[in-house]
Design a protein around this ligand. Structure first.
Ligand code: PGA
Length: 250
Protein backbone atom coordinates (compact mmCIF):
# COMPACT_ATOMS: atom_id res chain seq x y z
CA UNK A 1 0.00 0.00 0.00
CA UNK A 2 1.23 3.45 -0.86
CA UNK A 3 1.61 5.99 1.91
CA UNK A 4 1.57 8.96 -0.39
CA UNK A 5 -1.00 11.51 0.81
CA UNK A 6 -3.19 12.56 -2.09
CA UNK A 7 -3.08 16.23 -3.07
CA UNK A 8 -5.75 18.37 -4.72
CA UNK A 9 -4.34 21.70 -5.90
CA UNK A 10 -6.44 24.50 -7.37
CA UNK A 11 -4.72 26.67 -9.98
CA UNK A 12 -6.77 29.85 -10.19
CA UNK A 13 -4.68 31.15 -13.12
CA UNK A 14 -5.44 34.82 -13.99
CA UNK A 15 -8.75 34.93 -12.12
CA UNK A 16 -10.18 36.50 -8.96
CA UNK A 17 -10.18 39.97 -7.47
CA UNK A 18 -9.15 40.34 -3.85
CA UNK A 19 -12.73 40.13 -2.63
CA UNK A 20 -13.44 37.08 -4.79
CA UNK A 21 -10.23 35.38 -3.70
CA UNK A 22 -11.01 35.94 -0.02
CA UNK A 23 -14.49 34.52 -0.43
CA UNK A 24 -13.38 31.44 -2.38
CA UNK A 25 -10.55 30.70 0.06
CA UNK A 26 -12.96 31.07 2.98
CA UNK A 27 -15.52 28.73 1.43
CA UNK A 28 -12.85 26.13 0.74
CA UNK A 29 -11.45 26.33 4.27
CA UNK A 30 -14.96 25.84 5.65
CA UNK A 31 -15.67 22.95 3.30
CA UNK A 32 -12.37 21.21 3.95
CA UNK A 33 -12.68 21.46 7.73
CA UNK A 34 -10.22 19.23 9.56
CA UNK A 35 -9.62 17.05 6.49
CA UNK A 36 -6.17 15.46 6.55
CA UNK A 37 -6.81 12.52 4.20
CA UNK A 38 -6.20 14.84 1.24
CA UNK A 39 -3.72 17.73 1.17
CA UNK A 40 -5.57 20.76 -0.20
CA UNK A 41 -3.55 23.47 -1.94
CA UNK A 42 -4.65 26.83 -3.44
CA UNK A 43 -2.71 28.73 -6.10
CA UNK A 44 -4.19 32.24 -6.42
CA UNK A 45 -2.61 34.92 -8.62
CA UNK A 46 0.28 36.84 -6.99
CA UNK A 47 -1.98 39.78 -6.09
CA UNK A 48 -4.24 37.57 -3.97
CA UNK A 49 -1.58 35.48 -2.21
CA UNK A 50 -1.50 37.58 0.96
CA UNK A 51 -5.30 37.73 1.18
CA UNK A 52 -5.61 33.98 0.67
CA UNK A 53 -2.84 33.38 3.21
CA UNK A 54 -4.86 35.29 5.81
CA UNK A 55 -7.99 33.26 5.04
CA UNK A 56 -6.31 29.85 5.26
CA UNK A 57 -4.27 30.69 8.35
CA UNK A 58 -4.86 28.07 11.05
CA UNK A 59 -6.40 25.59 8.58
CA UNK A 60 -4.91 22.57 6.83
CA UNK A 61 -5.12 24.31 3.44
CA UNK A 62 -1.74 25.27 1.94
CA UNK A 63 -0.75 28.18 -0.28
CA UNK A 64 0.97 27.86 -3.66
CA UNK A 65 2.26 30.35 -6.25
CA UNK A 66 1.65 29.80 -9.95
CA UNK A 67 5.21 30.60 -11.02
CA UNK A 68 8.40 32.32 -9.87
CA UNK A 69 11.58 33.84 -11.24
CA UNK A 70 14.83 32.09 -10.34
CA UNK A 71 16.88 35.05 -9.10
CA UNK A 72 16.84 35.96 -5.41
CA UNK A 73 16.50 39.72 -5.97
CA UNK A 74 17.63 42.52 -8.24
CA UNK A 75 16.66 44.59 -11.25
CA UNK A 76 14.11 42.23 -12.79
CA UNK A 77 11.05 44.41 -13.32
CA UNK A 78 7.82 42.51 -13.02
CA UNK A 79 9.38 39.38 -11.58
CA UNK A 80 8.77 37.71 -8.23
CA UNK A 81 11.47 35.86 -6.30
CA UNK A 82 10.97 32.55 -4.48
CA UNK A 83 11.96 34.18 -1.19
CA UNK A 84 9.07 36.63 -1.59
CA UNK A 85 6.71 33.70 -2.06
CA UNK A 86 8.00 32.09 1.12
CA UNK A 87 7.58 35.42 2.88
CA UNK A 88 3.91 35.72 1.86
CA UNK A 89 3.18 32.24 3.18
CA UNK A 90 3.54 29.88 0.23
CA UNK A 91 4.48 26.25 0.75
CA UNK A 92 4.42 25.24 -2.92
CA UNK A 93 5.27 26.84 -6.27
CA UNK A 94 4.01 25.59 -9.65
CA UNK A 95 6.87 25.50 -12.14
CA UNK A 96 6.75 24.81 -15.87
CA UNK A 97 2.99 24.97 -16.36
CA UNK A 98 2.24 24.51 -20.05
CA UNK A 99 0.75 28.01 -20.23
CA UNK A 100 4.09 29.38 -19.01
CA UNK A 101 5.90 27.27 -21.58
CA UNK A 102 3.50 28.33 -24.34
CA UNK A 103 2.95 32.05 -23.66
CA UNK A 104 6.02 33.10 -21.69
CA UNK A 105 8.78 31.07 -23.26
CA UNK A 106 9.66 28.93 -20.24
CA UNK A 107 11.84 26.13 -21.63
CA UNK A 108 13.26 23.14 -19.79
CA UNK A 109 16.34 25.11 -18.75
CA UNK A 110 14.24 27.87 -17.21
CA UNK A 111 12.07 25.27 -15.51
CA UNK A 112 15.17 23.62 -14.07
CA UNK A 113 16.51 26.92 -12.74
CA UNK A 114 13.16 27.64 -11.13
CA UNK A 115 13.02 24.20 -9.51
CA UNK A 116 16.42 24.81 -7.90
CA UNK A 117 15.46 28.35 -6.83
CA UNK A 118 12.26 27.07 -5.22
CA UNK A 119 14.23 24.50 -3.23
CA UNK A 120 16.80 27.11 -2.21
CA UNK A 121 14.00 29.24 -0.75
CA UNK A 122 12.78 26.32 1.34
CA UNK A 123 9.68 25.79 -0.81
CA UNK A 124 8.32 22.78 -2.69
CA UNK A 125 8.07 22.71 -6.49
CA UNK A 126 5.10 21.27 -8.36
CA UNK A 127 6.80 20.69 -11.71
CA UNK A 128 4.43 20.33 -14.69
CA UNK A 129 5.10 18.23 -17.77
CA UNK A 130 2.93 17.10 -20.67
CA UNK A 131 2.68 16.58 -24.39
CA UNK A 132 0.70 18.55 -26.98
CA UNK A 133 -1.96 16.92 -29.14
CA UNK A 134 0.41 16.84 -32.11
CA UNK A 135 3.10 15.13 -30.06
CA UNK A 136 0.62 12.51 -28.84
CA UNK A 137 -0.63 11.87 -32.38
CA UNK A 138 2.96 11.45 -33.54
CA UNK A 139 3.55 8.82 -30.85
CA UNK A 140 5.99 11.07 -29.00
CA UNK A 141 4.21 11.30 -25.64
CA UNK A 142 6.69 9.22 -23.67
CA UNK A 143 9.73 10.85 -25.30
CA UNK A 144 8.44 14.38 -24.63
CA UNK A 145 7.49 13.67 -21.04
CA UNK A 146 10.77 11.88 -20.37
CA UNK A 147 12.79 14.81 -21.73
CA UNK A 148 10.81 17.35 -19.69
CA UNK A 149 11.17 15.32 -16.49
CA UNK A 150 14.90 14.66 -16.90
CA UNK A 151 15.80 18.20 -18.00
CA UNK A 152 13.56 19.85 -15.43
CA UNK A 153 15.06 17.79 -12.62
CA UNK A 154 18.70 18.00 -13.73
CA UNK A 155 20.87 18.22 -10.62
CA UNK A 156 17.90 17.73 -8.30
CA UNK A 157 19.32 16.73 -4.90
CA UNK A 158 18.20 13.19 -4.11
CA UNK A 159 17.94 14.10 -0.42
CA UNK A 160 15.16 16.59 -1.23
CA UNK A 161 12.86 14.13 -2.98
CA UNK A 162 10.17 14.52 -0.32
CA UNK A 163 9.68 18.14 -1.38
CA UNK A 164 9.06 17.29 -5.02
CA UNK A 165 5.65 17.01 -6.69
CA UNK A 166 5.22 16.31 -10.41
CA UNK A 167 2.06 17.21 -12.36
CA UNK A 168 1.35 15.37 -15.59
CA UNK A 169 -0.85 17.67 -17.66
CA UNK A 170 -1.42 16.70 -21.28
CA UNK A 171 -1.69 20.07 -23.04
CA UNK A 172 -4.65 18.88 -25.13
CA UNK A 173 -6.62 18.20 -21.94
CA UNK A 174 -6.07 21.58 -20.25
CA UNK A 175 -9.16 23.75 -20.27
CA UNK A 176 -10.64 21.79 -23.17
CA UNK A 177 -13.09 19.52 -21.36
CA UNK A 178 -11.20 16.59 -22.92
CA UNK A 179 -9.86 14.59 -20.00
CA UNK A 180 -7.25 11.89 -20.49
CA UNK A 181 -8.82 8.50 -19.84
CA UNK A 182 -7.73 6.92 -16.56
CA UNK A 183 -5.74 4.42 -18.64
CA UNK A 184 -3.97 7.13 -20.66
CA UNK A 185 -3.06 9.03 -17.49
CA UNK A 186 -1.95 5.92 -15.58
CA UNK A 187 0.35 4.86 -18.42
CA UNK A 188 2.24 8.16 -18.35
CA UNK A 189 2.25 8.39 -14.55
CA UNK A 190 3.81 4.94 -14.43
CA UNK A 191 6.50 6.02 -16.87
CA UNK A 192 7.23 9.10 -14.77
CA UNK A 193 7.39 7.05 -11.57
CA UNK A 194 9.92 4.69 -13.15
CA UNK A 195 11.99 7.67 -14.32
CA UNK A 196 11.97 9.12 -10.82
CA UNK A 197 13.03 5.79 -9.37
CA UNK A 198 15.92 5.63 -11.84
CA UNK A 199 17.10 9.21 -11.36
CA UNK A 200 16.30 9.98 -7.71
CA UNK A 201 16.44 6.47 -6.34
CA UNK A 202 12.86 6.59 -5.06
CA UNK A 203 9.41 6.18 -6.55
CA UNK A 204 7.82 7.69 -3.47
CA UNK A 205 7.04 11.07 -5.06
CA UNK A 206 3.57 12.42 -5.67
CA UNK A 207 2.46 12.64 -9.28
CA UNK A 208 -0.68 14.71 -9.91
CA UNK A 209 -2.85 14.58 -13.01
CA UNK A 210 -4.13 17.82 -14.55
CA UNK A 211 -6.45 18.52 -17.47
CA UNK A 212 -10.21 19.03 -17.20
CA UNK A 213 -10.59 17.29 -13.84
CA UNK A 214 -14.17 17.63 -12.51
CA UNK A 215 -16.15 16.18 -9.59
CA UNK A 216 -17.58 13.68 -12.10
CA UNK A 217 -14.32 12.23 -13.42
CA UNK A 218 -12.10 12.64 -10.33
CA UNK A 219 -12.97 9.35 -8.64
CA UNK A 220 -12.13 7.11 -11.59
CA UNK A 221 -8.89 9.00 -12.29
CA UNK A 222 -7.80 8.90 -8.65
CA UNK A 223 -8.49 5.17 -8.48
CA UNK A 224 -5.47 4.53 -10.74
CA UNK A 225 -2.47 3.34 -8.70
CA UNK A 226 0.00 5.99 -9.87
CA UNK A 227 -2.33 9.02 -9.66
CA UNK A 228 -1.67 10.81 -6.38
CA UNK A 229 -3.99 13.75 -6.83
CA UNK A 230 -4.96 16.49 -9.25
CA UNK A 231 -3.96 19.94 -10.38
CA UNK A 232 -7.29 21.58 -11.14
CA UNK A 233 -7.88 24.72 -13.22
CA UNK A 234 -11.45 25.57 -14.24
CA UNK A 235 -13.16 23.47 -11.58
CA UNK A 236 -11.11 25.12 -8.82
CA UNK A 237 -12.72 28.51 -9.40
CA UNK A 238 -15.93 27.58 -7.58
CA UNK A 239 -15.95 26.12 -4.06
CA UNK A 240 -18.66 23.55 -4.87
CA UNK A 241 -16.80 21.91 -7.75
CA UNK A 242 -13.40 22.07 -6.04
CA UNK A 243 -14.82 20.55 -2.84
CA UNK A 244 -16.59 17.96 -4.99
CA UNK A 245 -13.22 16.85 -6.39
CA UNK A 246 -11.74 16.65 -2.89
CA UNK A 247 -14.71 14.57 -1.73
CA UNK A 248 -14.32 12.23 -4.72
CA UNK A 249 -10.63 11.66 -3.94
CA UNK A 250 -9.84 8.53 -1.96
P1 PGA B 1 -8.11 22.69 -16.28
O1 PGA B 1 -6.63 23.25 -16.01
O2 PGA B 1 -8.50 21.90 -15.05
O3 PGA B 1 -8.95 23.92 -16.48
O4 PGA B 1 -8.04 21.82 -17.49
C1 PGA B 1 -5.66 22.44 -15.40
C2 PGA B 1 -4.37 23.19 -15.27
O5 PGA B 1 -4.02 23.97 -16.17
O6 PGA B 1 -3.64 23.04 -14.27
Amino acid sequence: MSERTKMIAGNWKMHKTLAEARQLAREIVQGVGRETRVEVVLAPPYTALAAAAAEISGSNVKLCAQDTFWEEKGAFTGAIAPGMLADVGCTYVIVGHSERRQHFGDDDEAVNRKVHAVLAAGLKPIMCVGETLGEREDGKTFAVVETQVLNGLAGFPVSEHERLVIAYEPVWAIGTGKTATPGQAQEVHHLIRNLLADTLGTADIRILYGGSVTPDNAATLMAEPDLDGALVGGASLKAASFLGIIAATR
